[in-house]
Design a protein around this ligand. Sequence first.
Ligand SMILES: [Fe+2]
Ligand SMILES: [Fe+2]
Length: 145
Amino acid sequence: MSAETARITKEQLIAELNNDLAKEYQALIQYVQHAAVITGPQYDAIAAELVVHSNEEHQHAISLSDQIDFLGGVPAVDVAEVHVSEVSKVMLEQDLDGELDAIRRYKTRIGQAESLQEYGLRRALEDILIIEEEHARDLQNALDL
Ligand SMILES: [Fe+2]
Ligand SMILES: [Fe+2]
């Protein structure tokens, strides 16, 4: 465990979780928009999958809001900047960037929860991380990466 991880306070962790929450709302909205406008027969399967992703981001927002409340914080209602494009491939790249960022953030957050002995939070974050990794794989497959 790094010194930086060990130094985090509960208040700092709540602030980080609210930042994560804003990005879950961003992802939810972004997937709804991308699923609706993405075009091209090669993207039919992933278009349906983006709707599934959107619903899962909604579940993540609910889980994070509950966890922030359990920690004594107030869940925020901010939405991080949503990325849109007129180019289907670019949309998927924007979505993948978001997922890779989420994976990095949640790995850090799991370490921070562990350092504060918030094991219930850690478990909730691990469940979210598993889904974000699936999302990233879906997008990488659709992009032939
Ligand atoms: Fe998510
Ligand atoms: Fe995701």
